[in-house]
Write a protein that binds this ligand. Structure first.
Ligand code: F6P
Length: 537
C-alpha cells in the first residue's frame, strides 16, 4: 500500500484539514497545558515543539504514523546490524562506533565493537604522540599544523565538530580543512605554514575520490619539494576502508586508520574520520563526545515515541513537509561555534533523504527531504530572517539555544539567548495590524509593519556546548534523519544521486587533458568546453 493511502496517513490528512486557518495564537490561548504535551527532555537536551501548527491530537496521530511504519523496530534493526542499506546490501551501524567497550554488536556473526576500540586506541596513541611532540616531522620539528583532506562525509563532519569545539582545541595547533578540488583550497590552507611542522590527514572511505586524491598528491608535492621524498612517512596519515590504495599512495601502515563499509560517509565522524578532532581536542574530550553520541543513541532506542527527541523532530518535520507543504528547512544555532552545523546537516539530511524512489523501487507517494540551510544567529537575523517573517514562503526553523557560554563575555550570552527566543516568538505570534495601529503607527505603514506570524519552529536547548552535548546534538539529528527515512520507506544510507555527475566529470577531464576520448556531449556542454579551452590556452 502506498504511504499516502495508508490509514495513519489518511487520518493525518483529515486532521490537518481541521486545523486549516487556525493560528498559533489560538492554539496557545486555548490550551494552557500545550507545552507539557509538546516538549520533551533527554539528559539535559530540551526540545520545544509547541510552536508548530499542531495540537496534542496531531502529535498522537503522528506517533501513530511512526508506529504504523515500525519506527521503533527499524531503529533497533539499524542499531543491531541489520542490512538496512538495502541498495548497497550493508548495515548502517554508525551507532557501533560509540558503543562502550565490552558491548556486543554483530555483523555476519562477528562482534564489531572490539575492532572499533582497537582503532580508537590506535588513534589515541597517535593523537597523544602528535600533541605531546613525540611524533615529529621529518626534521624533528614538532607538529603545529594539521591539515585534513577529504570531501563530503570525510570532511563536513570533522570540520563541523572541530569548529564547534573551538574552545577545547589545543592552542598549540592550527587546524585546517581542504575539500574542494579548486587549487585555491590547498593554497589557502598551506598559506604561511612551514611544511616541517605540518601533518596531513588524507581521509577517504574509498580512497578513490578525485578531489581528495588530487589534493593529497599536491600536498605531497608541497611537502617533498622542501623536505624530500622520505618526509611523506612522518607528514602523512590516512583514514580509509581501502588500505591497499593508501599503501599505494605511500602512507605507512602505522599511520593508517581503518573503518568499515557499514559506516556511511555522512555518519562517520565518530570513526577514524574523526582523527583530526581527536588530535585537536585530545583523546579524553573525544571520548566524551562519543559518550554524548551514545547517550542519545540509547535515548532514541528506548524512549517512548511521544517523548523521543529524534522521533519528535522527525515527526514535526514530516508534518511541515508533507502536510503543510514546506520545501525548505532552516537551522539557526544561536552559537557561533555551531556555524558549520547547517553545512553538515545539508549532507546528512539531503544526501540521506533526497530520494524519490522507495525501498521497493517504486516512486514515492509523498514529498521527502526538504532543502536544508541556515546560519548562526544573530547574523541570520540581519541576512534572511526578513523573508521568513514577512515573505511568501513557509520555512520551518530549528533554533538551537545555549544557556552558558564556554567563554563568558559581559552580557553577550543574555543578548544572544534573548534574540533566539525573540525570533521564535515573532515567527509564531507575529504582530497584528490592530496591534501596530494601537502603537500609533501611521496608517500607510501599518501593512508593512504587520507580521502574520503562524510560522513554525522547534527550539532545542542545551546547558552549554561541550564534547558531550555536541555528541548528543549530532546523534539527535542522525536519528531524526533515519526515522524520517524509515517513515518515507526510502534508503537513507545510499547516495546514487551523486554518481552520474561524478562519472560525466571523469570523462570530461580525460577529454580536457587530451587523452583522445571523445565524449558525446550536448551542444551546450560542447560550447562551454570549447570556450574553456580557448580561454585556458
Ligand atoms: O558525495 C558523495 C560521497 O560518496 C559521499 O557520500 C562521501 O561522504 C563523499 O563522497 C566522499 O567519499 P570518500 O570518503 O570515499 O572520499
Amino acid at each position: 500500500m502506498k504511504l499516502s493511502e495508508s490509514p495513519a496517513w489518511v487520518n493525518l490528512l483529515n486532521h490537518h484539514a481541521t486545523l486549516y486557518g487556525v493560528h498559533l495564537r489560538d492554539l496557545f490561548a486555548k490550551d494552557p497545558a500545550r507545552l507539557d504535551h509538546l516538549s520533551a527532555e533527554a539528559e539535559g537536551v530540551y526540545l520545544d515543539i509547541s510552536k508548530h501548527r499542531i495540537t496534542p491530537e496531531s502529535l498522537d496521530l503522528l506517533v501513530a504514523l511512526a508506529e504504523q511504519e515500525g519506527v521503533a523496530e527499524k531503529l533497533k534493526m539499524m542499531m543491531t546490524g541489520a542490512r538496512v542499506n538495502t541498495t548497497e546490501n550493508r548495515p548502517a551501524l554508525h551507532t557501533a562506533l560509540r558503543a562502550p567497550r565490552g558491548s556486543v554488536i554483530e555483523v555476519d556473526g562477528e562482534n564489531v565493537v572490539p575492532h572499533v576500540h582497537e582503532v580508537l586506541d590506535a588513534m589515541t596513541e597517535f593523537s597523544e604522540a602528535v600533541r605531546s611532540g613525540r611524533h615529529t616531522g621529518a626534521t624533528g620539528k614538532q607538529i603545529r599544523n594539521v591539515i585534513h583532506i577529504g570531501i563530503g562525509g570525510s570532511h563536513l563532519g570533522p570540520r563541523f565538530v572541530t569548529d564547534a569545539l573551538r574552545p577545547f582545541v589545543s592552542p598549540d595547533l592550527t587546524m585546517r580543512f581542504i575539500s574542494n578540488v579548486d587549487g585555491a583550497d590547498l593554497h589557502a590552507a598551506v598559506d604561511g605554514l612551514d611544511p616541517a611542522e605540518t601533518l596531513f590527514i588524507v581521509a577517504s572511505k574509498t580512497f578513490t575520490t578525485t578531489e581528495t586524491i588530487s589534493n593529497a598528491q599536491e600536498a605531497r608535492s608541497w611537502v617533498t619539494a622542501s623536505l624530500g621524498d622520505d618526509a611523506v612517512s612522518s607528514h602523512f596519515a590516512a583514514v580509509s576502508t581501502n588500505l591497499d590504495a593508501v599503501e599505494g599512495f605511500g602512507i605507512k601502515a602505522a599511520l593508517t586508520f581503518g573503518f568499515w563499509d557499514w559506516v556511511g560517509g555522512r555518519f562517520s565522524v565518530a570513526s577514524a574520520i574523526g582523527l583530526p578532532v581527536m588530535i585537536a581536542i585530545g583523546p579524553k574530550a573525544f571520548r566524551e563526545f562519543l559518550g554524548g553520541l551514545h547517550a542519545m543513541d540509547q535515548h532514541a532506542l528506548s524512549a517512548p515515541l511521544e517523548k523521543n527527541l529524534p522521533a519528535l523532530m522527525a515527526l514535526v518535520g514530516i508534518w511541515s513537509i508533507d502536510f503543510d507543504g514546506a520545501q525548505s528547512h532552516a537551522v539557526i544555532p544561536y552559537a557561533r561555534d555551531l556555524a558549520a552545523l547547517p553545512a553538515h546537516l545539508q549532507q546528512l539530511e539531503m544526501e540521506s533523504n533526497g530520494k524519490s524512489v522507495t525501498n521497493n523501487g517504486e516512486q514515492v507517494s509523498v514529498p521527502t527531504a526538504p532543502i536544508v540551510w541556515g546560519a548562526a544567529g544573530t547574523d541570520a537575523q540581519h541576512a534572511f530572517l526578513q523573508l521568513l517573517h514577512q515573505g511568501t514562503v513557509n520555512v520551518p526553523v530549528d533554533f538551537i539555544l545555549v544557556a552558558r557560554a564556554a567563554e563568558p563575555f559581559g552580557n553577550h550570552q543574555d543578548m544572544l539567548f534573548a534574540n533566539g527566543v525573540a525570533q521564535a516568538e515573532a515567527l509564531a505570534f507575529g504582530l497584528t495590524s490592530q496591534e501596530v495601529a494601537d502603537s500609533g503607527e501611521e496608517a500607510a505603514l501599518i501593512p508593512h509593519k504587520t507580521f502574520p506570524g503562524n510560522h513554525p519552529s522547534s527550539v532545542l536547548m542545551i546547558e552549554s556546548l561541550n564534547p558531550f552535548t555536541l555528541g548528543q546534538l549530532l546523534s539527535l539529528y542522525e536519528h531524526k534523519v533515519a526515522i524520517q527515512g524509515f517513515i518515507w520507506g526510502i534508503d537513507s544510507f545510499d547516495q546514487w544521486g551523486v554518481a552520474l555527475g561524478k562519472s560525466l566529470a571523469t570523462d570530461l577531464i580525460a577529454e580536457l587533458e587530451g587523452s583522445g576520448i571523445s565524449v558525446g556531449t550536448d551542444a551546450s556542454s560542447a560550447a562551454l568546453i570549447a570556450r574553456y579551452q580557448l580561454l585556458r590556452d
